[in-house]
Design a protein around this ligand. Structure first.
Ligand code: ADP
Ligand code: MG
Length: 569
């Protein structure tokens, strides 16, 4: 090994290694999933680059992954003939973490192992998971298109630094060699490795091979000769990309494993939709709803979870044009038959095909969520807890679908006065009073403040339900959601709410009399308050409190005014 150098890992890598080794012990075999998926990604990347430079195949277009164990050397090796890495790429990819929000992620860890291991699962451990079972890892790699003497060797004990040097490597691609810890020798067992890889890699589109020993010549039960066989590499997976297969041939478990491998999630997804669309635009989509929100759901640079393939060739991760931002929690892929293989992010922008696939995706996800809301309320409640506030960005971003999106919303309301958000707009409408034509709601800083607002007194007295909103996004969301199923929304803190329609004759008369009786008091109050208020009126809306401050129909409500004030406006 020439030009040997020692480098330190980025601080976050050190933290990741520490945490992983201690907290992922019960999931340790995932290192195989991560390394085989990296090998398969490397094949995808090579295939993609070779579209414009066929020479990169170096006359070896049979892309595959090989896994082998060496009982003497105590190693397990994952080899691929994919894209490989240059020296600079090795230093960058195997020494740092290139994910947005990494720093914040690590600063949020609690030190509680049980909690942190859940988080680390959502973060995605990738290559570094090798150190769960290995006390040292060697990587030998040579980038496609480079000469054999431009190979690179990386070596680390996972203790804070790695060395890197130059080597000869005739074959293109990467070998990852794990020197197993004494107590992890079970991973030298051929059968065990085989069964794990079959589970993790059945959906991978290229062959994953393991060595099958030959057998000597032997005799059958009737004395007949059974000829010797030679040892050979044997594919242990189907080798067809999962989404290209027929739905009826794919088991739930296969869908779940596929999800875990593309989403780097430890948990099963909640639901998925798999569709082959034929006709004007032809494509396949496979879209999943995760159980839990990722750590960076609120990070502005968060990557979309959609992969793009064109005619089964992987084109890009993070294909954000195929899913609107308010559905950014959806993971999965789109495989288009119509887009060109040399498609770029620029081409995807303002592209008819992209738009048609995107609106198809939105339709399917909204449908899936609607059904879930109707058929499995408990599952839906858990979904709403994780992702409800993201969905609330929907009416602003996707006006055309606003009724479908609003149908998915769940709120607290005066019907139960419980903080749990489980009232849908359809529930609300079903309980509306005779003569009531509006959906009433209130926004406040906290649920308690909303629930105990004096604005609610009259509504409570009349038995009119009011939605109680106290999430940060609610105010803004409601400024984009003015009606649902042709019913207007009405903030109860705005003046001129006329509930008298719902009153009987006697009450109306009583109200008129009260107003008369208070005329002179109102005059005095107006003089006393002067410019501080627009108007002073007798209200029939209060039952307990003596007075209430309200805003005009067209003015900002007090909540929004406070927000702007806080922002210095
Ligand atoms: P991720 O796969 O999510 O990017 P990993 O930690 O698994 O994260 O891998 C980090 C990076 O290292 C990859 O993005 C890739 O650039 C590089 N890499 C890892 N394994 C291989 C491989 N077998 N061939 C080529 N590059 C690889
Ligand atoms: Mg990876």
């Amino acid at each position: 090994v020439a030009h040997k150098e020692t480098h330190g890992f980025q601080t976050e890598v050190k933290q990741l290694l520490q945490l992983m080794i201690h907290s992922l012990y019960s999931n340790k075999e995932i290192f195989l999933r991560e390394l085989v998926s990296n090998a398969s990604d490397a094949a995808d990347k090579l295939r993609f680059q070779a579209l414009s430079d066929n020479a990169l195949f170096e006359n070896d277009g049979d892309l595959k992954v090989r896994v082998s164990v060496d009982k003497e050397a105590n190693t397990i090796t994952i080899s691929d003939n994919g894209i490989g890495m240059t020296r600079d790429q090795v230093i960058e990819h195997l020494g740092t973490i290139a994910k947005s929000g990494t720093k914040e992620f690590f600063s949020n860890l609690t030190g509680d192992q049980a909690k942190d291991s859940k988080l680390i699962g959502q973060f995605g451990v990738g290559f570094y998971s090798a150190f769960i079972v290995a006390d040292a890892v060697t990587v030998k790699t040579r980038a496609a298109g480079e000469d054999a003497d431009r190979g690179v060797e990386w070596y680390s004990k996972g203790d804070g630094e790695f060395t890197i040097g130059d080597i000869e490597k005739a074959g293109r691609g990467t070998d990852v060699i794990l020197h197993l810890k004494e107590e992890e020798k079970e991973f030298l067992d051929d059968w065990k490795v085989r069964s794990i890889i079959t589970r993790y890699s059945d959906h991978i589109g290229i062959p994953v091979e393991m060595w099958k020993e030959g057998t000597p010549e032997s005799e059958g039960p009737e004395g007949e000769k059974i000829p010797a066989t030679e040892g050979q590499w044997e594919a242990i997976n189907k080798g067809t990309a999962l989404w290209t297969r027929d739905k009826s041939d794919i088991s739930d478990e296969e869908y779940e494993e596929f999800y875990k491998s593309i989403a780097h999630d430890f948990e099963e997804p909640v639901k998925w939709v798999h569709n082959k669309v034929e006709g004007k635009t032809e494509y396949t989509s496979l879209l999943y709803i995760p159980k839990r929100a990722p750590f960076d759901l609120w990070n502005r640079e968060v990557k979309s979870g959609i992969k793009l393939y064109v005619q089964r060739v992987f084109i890009m991760d993070d294909a954000e044009k195929f899913m609107p931002t308010y559905l950014r929690f959806v993971k999965g892929l789109v495989d288009s038959n119509d887009l060109p293989l040399n498609v770029s992010r620029e081409i995807l922008q303002d592209n008819k095909i992209t738009q048609s696939i995107r609106s198809g995706n939105v339709k399917r996800v909204l449908q899936m969520l609607t059904r879930m809301g109707e058929n499995s309320p408990e599952e839906y409640a858990a979904f709403w807890k994780e992702f409800g506030n993201v969905l609330k960005e929907g009416p602003a971003e996707d006006f055309a679908n606003k009724d479908k999106i609003a149908k998915l919303f769940r709120f607290s309301s005066t019907h139960t006065d419980s903080a749990e958000q489980n009232v849908s707009l359809d529930d609300y409408i079903g309980r509306m009073k005779e003569g009531q034509d509006k959906i009433y709601y209130i926004t406040a800083d906290t649920f308690e403040a909303a629930k105990s607002s004096p604005h609610l007194e009259a509504f409570r007295k009349k038995g009119i339900e009011v939605l109680l909103m106290a999430e940060r996004v609610d105010e803004w969301m409601m400024s984009h959601l003015t009606e649902y199923n042709e019913k207007q929304f009405q903030h109860v803190a705005k003046a001129n709410i006329d509930l008298s329609e719902l009153d009987d004759e006697e009450t109306k008369k009583a109200h008129e009399e009260t107003e008369k009786a208070f005329e002179s008091f109102i005059e005095r109050a107006k003089t006393a308050l002067g410019d501080k208020v627009k108007d002073v009126k007798v209200s029939h809306r209060l039952t307990e409190s003596p007075a209430v401050i309200t805003t005009d129909e067209h003015d900002m409500n007090t909540q929004m005014a406070k927000l702007l004030e806080a922002a210095g406006q």
